[in-house]
Design a protein around this ligand. Sequence first.
Ligand code: TNX
Length: 521
Amino acid sequence: MPLVPLPASMVRLSGSPLSLADGLRLEGGVGASGQGLLDRFAADLAGDGLTWLRLDAADGPRVIVVVREDGAESDEDYRLRVTEGGVQIDAARPVGLHRALTTLRQLLVLAKGDQRALDPVEVSDHCRYGWRGLSLDVARCFFDVAEVKRVIDLLSFYKLNVLHLHLTDDQGWRIDVPSLPALSRVGGTRSEGEHPAGCYTLEDYRNIVEYAAERFVTVVPEIDMPGHCAAAIAAYPELGGSGTGAGPANLLHPDREGVMEFVASVLGELAGATPGPYLHIGGDEAFGLGGDPYRRFAAGAREIVRSLDMTPVTWQEGAAAPVVAGDVLQHWLAFDPAIEAILENGDAAGGSLPAGFALPIEMVPRLAASVRRSRADLARAVGEGARVVLSPASHTYLDRPYSEGSVLGGQRELADRLGLRVYAPATVEEFFDWDPARALPFSVEAGVVLGVEAAMWSESLTGPEDLEFMLLPRLAGLAERGWSEGTDWAGHAARLARHRPVWEARGWGYFASELLPWGDL
Ligand code: TNX
C-alpha cells in the first residue's frame, strides 16, 4: 500500500477484501463532529480523479467514524480498520479524523489500476513531530490566493500541517497593513525582473487562513526584520538608515525614530488576522546592523509578539537575542559539503566559490564567523528553553537544484533554470537522506524539536508552474521525515512513484526524477 507518509503501524488482516463495487456510505458515529470532514473527503476524492466510487450508496458498506473528543486538541492519532464489512475510523480529535480520512483517500485513489476493492488492513498511526511545514516565499515571487490554496491541498494530501508564509523581503511586501497604506501601494507593486508582484488584502489573507484551517494547516505569517527590509523602506523611507549613520538600505535600526512603533503596528494588524499561535519575525541575515542593535531589535520584536499573546518565531540568527521558554527558533545553517568546506576554510579552499555565491570572497571569513556564532547561540538558547524547527538548508531547501535527469522531455532544461546555483545540485535521494533526530550538532531533550519545515525560496521562480515543479516530489519526502520514523529511500520512492496519477489528476506539476520507479504508468 503506497502510503506517504508511511503510517506508524500497518497490519494486513485476514479475510476478504472490501468490495467497492456498490460504493460506500459515509456515516458519522458516536460523538462525531465529522460531517463537514466527510463532505470534504468526498470532494477531495472527486478532485483526485476518483469518479467511479459512489459515496452515498444507500446500501453499500459503511465508513463509520468515531471521534471520541478526548485527548489533546492537537492529537493527530487515529486508527483505521478496513474489513470486508466496511471501514471503521477511531480518532481522539477532528484532526485525527482528517488524517485518517487522508489515509483512506490515499488507499482509494492509489489502489492499483482499476481494482475496485481494498485489502483488509488495520492502520494505527501516530506522527513523529507535531510541526511539519512548508515555508513559502511569496515575496520574491508572488502567488495569488488560488495558487496558495493549491499548495494547501498538497500539504493536506501529505499530512503537513504548517504553512509559513514569507510575506516580506527586499523585493516586495505582500500583505496589506491598513494603517500603513504605502506598504501595499509601494511594496506590493514592487518586484524584481520577471517575478510577479502582488499583495494580499487582509481579506485575502483571512481567506487563505480559513482554507488552511479547514484542512488542519496552521498559517505562520512572517514579516522578515530587521534585515531584508528594502521594500518596507521603499514605502516609508524614514524607516531606513541606521540611528548612528548610514546603514545598508535594507535594515531597520531599533534606535531610529518610529521603527519599533512601525513593528508594533504591522505585527498588531497581522496578529488580528492570525488565529494560529505563532508570528514569525524573520531575523536572518541582518548583515551590517551590528550585534547590539540586532539583539535589541530582536528582543523588542519578540516582546511585541508576546504582548499580542502569541509565540515569536525567528530564523536561527535570532538566537543571539534573549529568549524565554517556548520561543521558537528555525534552524537552517547547515549546508552541503561544498559550502561547509568554504565556511570551514575561510579562504574558500583556494579561492573558488560556487557559481552564484552571493558574497565576494573577502566576505567569506565574516560569513563563516557569523554562522559559527549562530550555531553556538542556538545551543545556548535551547538551554534557556527555546524550541526548534528544523530546516537545514542542505536537506529542506527546495531551491536546491535537482541534479539527476527526468523521464519527461524538456524537464532537465527547466531543472537547469530553477533553484540557486550556490547550492550543490542534489538528487531527490540525497535530499531525502537525513535524520531529523541527528540534524542538530548538539543533543537536546525530548520536546525541544517541534518538527521539520521545508523552505521554498523563490528567487528563481517566475510562477506557479515553476513552484510546483520544485515542490514535488521532494516535499512529500520532507512530509515523511516529519511524520514517520526511520523509513528508507527505496521504500519511500516505491510508494511515492505510485502517486503520479493523483498529481496528474490534480494538475500538480512535478519533476519526474529518473530515480523514482515510475513503472509503466
Ligand atoms: C537564505 S534562509 C535566506 C533567504 C534566501 C535563501 C536562499 C534564510 C533565513 N534566508 O533570504 O532566499 O537563503 O536559499
